[in-house]
Design a binder for this molecule. Structure first.
Ligand SMILES: Nc1ncnc2c1ncn2[C@@H]1O[C@H](COP(=O)(O)OP(=O)(O)OP(=O)(O)O)[C@@H](O)[C@H]1O
Ligand SMILES: [Mg+2]
Length: 316
């Protein structure tokens, strides 16, 4: 196992605010890792320290084999960054922004045009590359930002809220591209998000972060299992004894007019359940989401009541 990232007691204070509170974390090469948490949880601050953009108040971090404090230049050469704050040059065209970035990152000059072409197609900006970025829409800027983070083919890629503010079509295109990068280049990807679908559908592992600390960590499936299973409600002629001996049922309660079950991976078990109660008249399945996981381990909801577009979508 080779580690892409190793953080030990990583901490950052801003005055009285403890933005990141002594985080220990190891991420393997090739992993896609999501930090999921509400606004102000410390996501951006944490990855800014890994990217050498923010100095830690305490602790250490090694990224791509280099220490973020002592070898920041080498860290920067190893990583790609797509951050929340736009950092494009508004007065340059889309293509010029990409070329400039290639030069800064030492892409061999004869490869630059080819890569620019390919990236423009990937993010759906081909045909608009000759226009100044100033005239781009928010979504176009975001996609150009992503193209720029990828074009020098970093070994480790940091994406801070990669699809914030994108329409559903662009969001899906970005998700697809992240999956392709992972498959083709074995890029290690660290992303932050407060969309549970994004964390769920893209990542090998998710860390739930709240108030500067990691509250729980694991694969999306593991995390959901820790909550206690999907909920299946059956109504009509059905009783708990119908399900005796089914080992995938974790909890069974009698409730008005039927039975409530907690079940691991309910969609896969549904047939077996219905076979046991052919006279049931109604069935309802509610899958556990990372939202439930967050509520259980952080003790409060993931959403802060802000508008969260795209939460009705699934990443598939
Ligand atoms: N430069 C700064 N100066 C002062 N306080 C800061 C600074 N940057 C972050 N903070 C504080 O640190 C805490 C964590 O902020 P951070 O931006 O890391 O959260 P986040 O999880 O990325 O939130 P969001 O989802 O809104 O992007 C917040 O309380 C924030 O106000
Ligand atoms: Mg942030």
């Amino acid at each position: 196992m080779t580690l892409a990232i190793q953080a030990r007691g990583l901490t950052r204070r801003f005055g009285a605010v403890l933005a990141v509170d002594s985080i220990d974390l190891e991420i393997e090469e090739g992993e896609t890792f999501a930090l999921l948490g509400p606004n102000g949880a410390g996501k951006t601050t944490f990855i800014s320290m890994l990217c050498t953009l923010t100095r830690p108040s305490g602790g250490t971090a090694v990224v791509g084999g280099f220490d973020v404090a002592r070898e920041s230049l080498k860290v920067r050469r190893t990583i790609g960054i797509v951050f929340q704050e736009p950092s494009l040059d508004d007065l340059l065209t889309g293509a010029e922004n990409l070329r400039l970035h290639c030069l800064l990152y030492g892409v061999p000059p004869r490869e630059i045009e080819g890569r620019v072409e390919r990236m423009l197609r990937t993010v759906g900006l081909k045909g608009r590359e000759g226009e100044r970025v100033r005239g781009y829409s928010g979504g176009m800027k975001r996609r150009l930002e992503i193209a720029r983070g990828l074009i020098h083919r970093p070994r480790i890629l940091f994406l801070d809220e990669p699809t914030l503010g994108l329409d559903p079509v662009s969001r899906r295109a970005v998700w697809d591209h992240i999956r392709e990068m992972k498959a083709a280049e074995k890029t290690t990807i660290i992303l932050t998000t407060h969309y549970m679908e994004e964390a769920d559908g893209l990542s090998d592992r998710v860390a739930l972060i709240d108030r500067g600390r990691i509250r729980e960590m694991g694969s999306p499936e593991e995390l959901k299992r820790r909550v206690g299973g999907d909920i299946v409600r059956l109504r009509g002629r059905v009783a708990p004894r119908d399900f005796a001996g089914l080992d995938f049922i974790r909890e069974m309660t009698h409730e008005d007019g039927g039975v409530r079950l907690a079940v691991d991976d309910a969609p896969r078990r549904l047939k077996a359940l219905l076979d046991r109660c052919p006279a049931a008249s109604e069935v309802e399945v509610r899958r556990t989401t990372l939202e439930d996981v967050f509520l259980k381990f952080a003790g409060r909801p993931l959403k802060n009541g802000e508008d969260a577009p795209g939460t009705d979508e699934e990443v598939r």
